[in-house]
Design a protein around this ligand. Sequence first.
Ligand SMILES: [Zn+2]
Length: 115
Amino acid sequence: MKSTPNAHLMLSVTTLAGWPSTWSITFTSPRPAKAPILHDEFVSSEMNRITFNQLKLVEAALAGIESGDYGQCRNCGTTISPKRLKAVPWAKYCIACEEHMSQASELAEVGQQVA
Ligand SMILES: [Zn+2]
């Protein structure tokens, strides 16, 4: 393969992104032909991850129905509002706790970016 500035750039990008060395990008034309495939694989794996997480939440909600604690906030123990459960039947936390946790995780992410 003839080394072009594009190929050199893509090699740097894959090294920086930590892609497995077994993944190769070959250039058959001036534009990277494999890029759309890698994007599709990424989207597919993200969709699988989201679906898997959703399934776990639904299973946890079903277990909550079995044990009788469905609809109770896992953090503070208050009853999650029926309106929230109608919108998000697998909700584990009341709105106040959910917002508090998402703010805390956002702050942690900012902290990691600054550190
Ligand atoms: Zn709560």
